[in-house]
Design a protein around this ligand. Structure first.
Ligand code: ME8
Length: 675
């Protein structure tokens, strides 16, 4: 029976749109899952979205929509992006689905029935951003994870007896050293647990947007118990159906939970403790990678320094993004993203090294051998030590690639594979098959056959190894080899000499067109346009651009972009937005909302009530009499029970996106339209 392999990404919060930080984890899992499938494992790859909790509730309120509307919209964006990126997930779980709710309640029940839940009262600090209870902190103290001020919560809660698991957890970390990877994270976790664990509040009464505690619906279940349980609920935990239970028994425990380093504590301390308390087996390993940095700090929505995956995949294709992230970032450590480094890596490793090897090897076989068939290598006089050296390097590469990849060292595994690419390119240059091809004698024909067979066989091996990392280009090279669908190939069989002579090549085409300076400019422009025109969460989701085109042959210009992938719109589209000059007649704070002001704005034909999120930047009295720009034809929406009829236009400035109102240097009449 095939070995089962179950791998998960974190489920991403729906308070922000996906960026390449999220794509990084998802790509790493996708690459691992693809290799497992090629090894013949019965693979299950889960991803999804985390949709409950105070953070989501607040993001929805700020956007003036219901939590359900927000979660539907952003979950759709995550899923849509993974589909465009051809992520091979087997299941996508949303924590608002009934199958999840049922499973989380069952998890709670089991932990309670086993005696690990009691009722108590919590009075202390809570970080809404990290959804984290902060022990031994003063009111207003910063969150130890993100530094934001914590909020004081005082409520009756259900508590989880986390303190009962200190010894068991330490035993787990020492007895199963691979449970937390890499080692540095394991050491941090052990230090944290050794310093003592306090019981954990696992319910809230002040939040509505969550899963009710079974038999006590005044409480909703703490968002991290809810979220972590997804790894079980998605594969059938808590379902009354027999086949779901069988599925759970089959796939659980997970082989790999892949996460970013900031959520190690939740996965390596809380999660195994919850599972032990529920009497369930523990995952085999939790693998934490570092952060993707952009402009020297962690790429994140709150810092406003994100890069969208769409920009890269529209311009350079999926493989370019995947290869860059897996090759450039040393897994486990932080790594920097930049458009320059991306294009440099793409040109050197993909367009030059692999792209050239593939196109010249396959083109020469088509040109020099009748019917474009793979020639038969000589075992006799036409064979040289250089041919054998390539065969040996290829065999060594297969072995080292496997051990590095299995150890999550993607960068070094790819480096090893590209070592083979480099060796074969050098071998071709040194053996000059184009010169040998000019001679017609039998010895030269045999030498030519040997050189090109050697190059082609090495190329086939690199293609199979690199497939999980760059699936699209490798699938095309495989087809050009005349070998059919690469996904049907079993990596377990991979060895030197499998390429059959007489294999008829397919049509040979370049796979990685070279990128030039304008490629970087195009990507930068696309990102600048996005920053200049941030789309509020409340706006309808943008229509996703069509899937990135296949890269065009090397001879042509860089991949043609999909229809308006740079986000340009027609003048007709712009004309739909009616912006007018208005004058603020009255302004006041909205009760209970730190960020909102209620304004009355005269737009010439009428006075509009507008609720705007500018209270932290403008005192209400400073606005009266001021001329502002108002989008007047937006559908009205309700914020904190007040109808808002229009949107004030402001620049979003700095890390926090502070609003700065648009205005005019000259005097402009009230009601004038902006065009
Ligand atoms: O934490 N670099 O969700 P989240 C690398 N819902 N990886 C990054 C990244 C960056 N700059 N930014 C995000 C949550 N990630 C919880 C998880 S799981 C039961 C619940 C990736 O939307 C990385 O995997 O904040 C990180 O752990 C995850 O996205 C955080 O996603």
């Amino acid at each position: 029976m095939a070995k089962k392999f179950y791998i998960t990404t974190p489920i991403y919060y729906v308070n922000a749109r996906p960026h390449i930080g999220h794509a990084y984890t998802t790509i790493a899992c996708d690459a691992i899952a693809r290799r497992q499938r090629m090894l013949g494992s019965d693979t299950h790859f889960l991803t999804g979205t985390d949709e409950h909790g105070q953070k989501i509730e607040r993001s929805a309120a700020e956007a003036g929509i219901t939590p359900q509307e927000l979660t539907d919209r952003i979950a759709g964006e995550f899923r849509g992006l993974w589909d465009r990126m051809k992520i091979s997930y087997d299941d996508f779980i949303r924590t608002t689905e009934p199958r999840h709710k049922r499973g989380v309640q069952e998890m709670f029940r089991r932990i309670r029935d086993n005696g690990y839940i009691y009722k108590g009262s919590y009075s202390g600090q809570y970080c809404v951003f990290d959804e984290l209870y902060v022990d031994a902190a003063e009111p207003g103290s910063p969150c130890p994870e993100c530094g934001r001020p914590t909020e004081t919560v005082s409520e009756e809660n259900y508590f989880f007896k986390l303190s009962a698991f200190e010894d068991k957890l330490l035993k787990l970390y020492t007895g199963q050293p691979d449970f937390i990877r890499p080692e540095t994270r394991r050491n941090e976790v052990m230090t944290f647990v050794r310093s003592g664990l306090r019981d954990l509040s696992i319910s809230r009464t002040t939040i509505k947007w969550g899963i009710p505690v079974p038999d006590d619906p005044r409480h909703v279940i703490y968002v991290w118990l809810d979220a972590l349980s997804n790894y079980c609920t998605a594969i059938g935990f808590g379902s009354p159906e027999k086949q779901d239970q069988q599925k759970f028994d089959h796939y659980w425990p997970a082989d790999v939970h892949m996460i970013g380093k900031e959520i190690v504590r939740f996965h390596c301390v809380y999660w195994p403790a919850f599972l032990m308390a529920a009497g369930l087996p523990l995952p085999k390993s939790i693998v934490a990678h570092g952060w993707l940095l952009f402009e020297e700090s962690k790429m994140s929505k709150s810092r406003g320094n994100i890069v969208r995956a769409e920009t890269v995949i529209d311009v350079l294709g999926n493989d370019a993004l995947r290869y860059f992230l897996l090759r450039e970032v040393v897994f486990g450590q932080d790594g920097s993203f930049s458009f320059d480094a991306l294009v440099q890596r793409y040109n050197s490793d993909l367009a030059n090294d692999l792209g050239n090897l593939a196109s010249r090897t396959l083109t020469m076989i088509t040109r020099y051998f009748r019917g474009g068939e793979v020639p038969y290598p000589s075992s006799g006089g036409a064979r040289t030590a250089a041919d054998d050296a390539i065969a040996r390097t290829a065999e060594d590469t297969i072995a080292s690639f496997a051990s590095l990849w299995d150890d999550f060292q993607f960068s070094r595994a790819l480096e090893a594979a590209w070592g083979l690419v480099g060796a074969v390119n050098k071998y071709i240059v040194e053996n000059e098959p184009w010169a040998v091809a000019e001679k017609e004698d039998e010895g030269s024909r045999s030498r030519l056959a040997t050189i090109l067979y050697t190059a082609a066989e090495a190329l086939r091996i690199v293609t199979a190894l690199a497939h999980p990392a760059i699936p699209e280009a490798t699938a095309r090279i495989w087809e050009q080899f005349g070998l059919g669908a690469i996904s049907d190939f079993r990596l377990t069989d991979l060895k030197w000499g499998q390429l059959q002579h007489g294999t008829k090549l397919g049509k040979v085409e370049g796979v990685f067109p070279r990128a030039d300076k304008s490629t970087i400019e195009r990507m930068q422009q696309m990102e600048q346009q996005r920053v200049a025109a941030p789309v509020a969460l409340a706006a309808p989701a943008a229509t996703p651009a069509p899937t990135a085109p296949q890269a065009t042959p090397a001879a042509t210009a860089p991949a043609t972009p999909a229809a308006t992938p740079d986000g340009r719109i027609s003048i007709e589209d712009f004309a739909k937005v009616e912006m007018r000059v208005g004058q603020v007649k009255a302004a006041e704070k909205v009760k209970g909302a730190d960020k909102l002001l209620r304004l009355e704005v005269d737009i010439g034909t009428e006075v509009r009530q507008v609720v705007a999120g500018i209270a932290e930047a403008y005192a209400p009295e400073s606005l009266v009499g001021r001329k502002v720009v108002l989008v007047v034809n937006l559908q009205p929406r309700k914020l904190r029970g007040l109808e808002s009829n229009g949107m004030i236009v402001a620049a979003s400035v700095g890390d926090k996106g502070s609003p700065v109102l648009a205005g005019f240097l000259e005097d402009v009449p009230i009601g004038a339209r902006l065009k």
